[in-house]
Design a protein around this ligand. Structure first.
Ligand code: NAI
Length: 473
């Protein structure tokens, strides 16, 4: 039997791996992508995309349910959960089918199976059909992503103790939902279910929600959660649970007081969603055996995406934080170009973050605090959505746009948005940070009226002391 040879084998078909394989195909490289479940990875199948479908539906539901103040009356509004799930599954199917088509159309081979690195240029594949083969490749790309972290005392049972994967496919809306972890997943899905009527409790180990996000932005999200009836427990650890006779669960939560003392509280719930982070999938792939450095599951790389073994590359969640699909895709493109002999490197200024809570949060570049920590003198401009006609017209006025710039040069260092369509608005900020734009570049650009985007123009002018629709300092 002759061994198949490739220019590159990509292990993992998520937003890192499939993008890398497509780009390699476009660059006329002979490429094989190995995927053990379904192309699209976590993002398309049970993460970013399906959750956004539920988020959009819950947003519409809430708008209609509370539409009386804007003259929108709907009697007997209900949610058909199976129908919603079917619609969401349809989106996933369309997208995964699209990815398969793009791989094929660009000449990339796809095989379903489990891959293991057995040499600097060799990959063993146990296919879904039960065959085992070894292929040779000039380059190997590790794009195996990350997996949900479980808490030992909250083992997933698929029904009442669940992770994000099950939470996007619930068959009914739980009356009570306890979320362990006040991070991105916990709050995005917490928002969804509270809008559908669940009473939500968030148990967060640290003193704040959404770790790493500008505290001013987080405060707006927290206020909205509480306004919708959520109980937020901070400095709190979920220790374990007991099943009650009526099928509900009693969760023991240890809450730390500022003086260091701790008290135990019992919270009764119907479903527990565990969202305490993701663990990189760098172990168990045979990497250490061929000399690749693996650190706590991560596979470190250089600016070209190469590991310490030059024929082996890593991209996406497995290569390091932030664990974001768009970072994985960009790394996939860079590595494909490096493998094909083009001049490319990971040289971006900043990776934007987008959190689909309600209100949404989106950030790029440095926060005020981070800039100050770097010894940079900053000027900050802020514009509230409550002063924007379009925000009033869409009846979503919570939040603001904040621009952080170098005090003297006026270079835009960061943009922080909490409010309606923040996740779409951030792209202009990302372009500004990436291009080293100045406040004047944004502020003097004519933004169409009436749009939410005017807020970024106003915030930039506010930093310069020339905002028109808000008082300058
Ligand atoms: P996360 O890291 O965002 O948040 C986890 C939270 O759980 C933290 O606040 C942490 O302090 C808390 N925590 C940890 N152990 C705990 C415990 N025992 N009890 C109570 N709280 C505890 O992780 P999350 O939300 O699971 O998301 C995982 C990854 O998925 C993130 O890296 C994120 O980047 C990515 N993601 C991104 C999305 C987006 O950008 N819109 C959406 C969903 C996920």
């Amino acid at each position: 039997m002759t061994t198949k040879t490739y220019d590159a084998v990509v292990i993992g078909g998520g937003p890192g791996g499939y993008v890398c394989a497509i780009r390699l195909g476009q660059l006329k490289q002979k490429v094989l992508c190995v995927e053990k479940e379904e192309v699209g990875g976590v993002c398309l199948n049970w993460g970013c995309v399906p959750s956004k479908a539920l988020i959009a539906t819950s947003h519409t539901f809430e708008k209609v349910a509370h539409g009386a103040s804007i003259g929108l009356l709907a009697d007997n509004l209900r949610i058909d959960v199976p129908k919603m799930q079917g619609w969401k599954d349809g989106i996933v199917k369309k997208l995964t089918t699209g990815v398969r088509g793009l791989l094929k159309g660009n000449g990339a081979e796809l095989v379903f199976g489990d891959a293991r690195v057995v040499g600097p240029n060799r990959v063993q594949i146990k296919t879904k059909e039960g065959t085992t083969e070894v292929v040779e490749a000039k380059a190997i790309v590790i794009a195996t992503g990350s997996s949900t972290i479980e808490i030992p005392t909250f083992k997933f049972d698929g029904r009442q103790v669940i992770g994000a994967r099950e939470a996007v496919s619930l068959k009914e809306i739980p009356k009570r939902l306890l979320v362990i972890g006040g991070g991105v997943i916990g709050l995005e899905l917490g928002c969804v279910y509270q809008k559908f009527g669940s009473v939500v409790t968030v148990v967060e180990a640290t003193a704040g929600l959404l770790p790493g996000v500008d505290a001013d932005c987080t405060a707006v999200v927290e206020k909205a959660l509480v306004k919708r009836g959520a109980v937020i427990m901070k400095n709190a650890l979920a220790k374990g649970y007991e099943r009650n006779k009526d099928g509900s669960l009693s969760v023991s939560v240890e809450v730390k007081a500022p003086d260091g003392s701790a008290k135990l509280e019992k919270i009764v719930t119907d479903v527990v969603l565990v969202a305490v982070g993701m663990r990189p999938n760098g172990a168990g792939l045979g990497l250490e055996e061929v000399g690749v450095k693996v650190e706590r599951g991560f596979v470190p790389t250089d600016t070209l995406g190469r590991t310490n073994v030059p024929t082996i590359y890593a991209i996406g969640d497995v290569s390091g934080v932030p664990m974001l699909a768009h970072k994985a895709s960009k790394e996939g493109e860079v590595v494909a170009e490096v493998i094909a002999g083009h001049k490319a490197a990971k040289d971006w200024v900043s990776i934007p973050g987008a959190i689909f809570t309600d209100p949404e949060v989106a950030v790029v570049g440095l926060s005020e605090t981070q800039a100050k920590e770097k010894g940079i003198d900053v000027r900050v401009g802020k514009f509230p959505f409550s002063a924007l006609g379009r925000a009033m017209a869409v009846n979503e006025t919570d939040g603001f746009i904040k621009v952080v710039a170098d005090k003297n040069s006026h270079e835009v260092l960061g943009v922080h948005i909490v409010g309606p369509s923040a996740t779409d608005l951030i792209s202009e900020g990302a372009l500004a940070v990436e291009m080293h734009a100045f406040l004047e570049d944004i502020g003097l650009t004519i933004h169409p009226h009436p749009t939410l985007g005017e807020g970024l123009m106003e915030a930039s002018m506010h930093a310069l002391g020339h905002a028109v629709h808000v008082m300058n300092r």
